[in-house]
Design a protein around this ligand. Structure first.
Ligand SMILES: NC(=O)c1ccc[n+]([C@@H]2O[C@H](COP(=O)([O-])OP(=O)(O)OC[C@H]3O[C@@H](n4cnc5c(N)ncnc54)[C@H](O)[C@@H]3O)[C@@H](O)[C@H]2O)c1
Length: 272
């Protein structure tokens, strides 16, 4: 077992990629703090950890609230006394029905005429609230959790932090300016913090997945969108949460002892 007795905190671990990461750590012997904003989803993940013979601690918190994040780390220390691994995974992907409809029309146009002349009008129609929420959950959440983790890890002289970015932060995906901005900022944050704290033995890296089949995408992907996502992925399918979890396990392990400030992209060849 690669992570016997280590303590790992995974945000947004109630479903999708975060849940797969939490279970993967539990399988490798880690004690896992399962965070999510959805208390019911936490219980599902915890039940699966127990089924695996593992130990977990549920911590409901909204990562975009610094006080809730502080309390979550205090609860983690109270229960387990330390923290070895933090995975900043919690995320949202919100858009409006109108943007989705226009996005589908653009794809249809592309597929039939080879050229898109319309716009999804995501940026010009975005509200302040939608923009703020996207940045708050992804970027502020990553910062708040990283700050708390470093208060533990820098003093101990060791630790691993893994931030969930996205290829959306590296290539321009039309229709998601808020999401792309948040993920691009997470990549820049990762690189800066990685170089700041590696001298203290704390490793910070990011994962930037391509299309992964999770509930996050379910309402976003019309059949046309799904078709295009798969055709953009040379492996010929979308990825699974477990395939992203495998990368997180690598980055959290001693095998990644010379990997600092990197962005690893499990994209099935969709971004190389
Ligand atoms: N699915 C993809 O194709 C894909 C691709 C690239 C990156 N990502 C990123 O991977 C991460 C996980 O995505 P997923 O596809 O598993 O999504 P998901 O919707 O399946 O899971 C996200 C989880 O985060 C939780 N969450 C949302 N807001 C939260 C908050 N404020 N505080 C705490 N928890 C919160 C949700 O309740 C949910 O359980 C996200 O950061 C996402 O942006 C996903």
């Amino acid at each position: 077992m690669k992570f016997k007795d280590k303590v790992a905190l995974v945000t947004g671990a109630g479903c999708g990629i975060g849940k797969a990461i939490a279970l993967a750590f539990a399988r490798e012997g880690a004690r896992v703090v399962v965070n999510d904003i959805d208390a019911g989803a936490i219980e599902t993940t915890l039940a699966e950890i127990v089924k695996l013979g593992g130990e977990g601690l549920g911590m409901a918190a909204d990562v975009s609230h610094s006080k809730e994040v502080k309390d979550m780390f205090a609860g983690t220390l109270k229960k387990f006394g330390t923290l070895d691994i933090l995975v900043n995974n919690a995320g949202i992907a919100r858009t409006t029905d109108e943007v989705l409809k226009r996005g589908d029309a653009c794809l249809q146009e592309l597929l039939t005429s080879g050229r898109v002349t319309t716009s999804v009008e995501a940026t010009r129609t975005m509200t302040d609230e939608a923009w703020d929420r996207m940045l708050a959950v992804h970027l502020y959440g990553t910062f708040y959790c990283t700050r708390e983790a470093l208060n533990i890890m820098e003093d101990r002289g060791k630790g691993k932090i893994i931030n969930m970015a996205s290829i959306a932060g590296m290539v321009g995906i039309p229709g998601s300016p808020d999401y792309s901005a948040a993920k691009g900022a997470i990549i820049a944050f990762t690189k800066s913090v990685a170089r700041e704290v590696i001298g203290r033995g704390v490793y910070v890296n990011a994962i930037a997945p391509g299309w992964i089949d999770t509930p996050l995408l379910t309402h976003q992907l019309t059949p046309t969108f799904r078709f295009v996502a798969v055709t953009q992925t040379p492996v010929g399918r979308m990825g699974t949460p477990e395939e992203v979890a495998a990368v997180a396990l690598f980055l959290a392990s001693e095998d990644a002892s010379f990997v600092v400030g990197q962005v690893i992209c499990p994209t099935g060849g969709g971004y190389v």
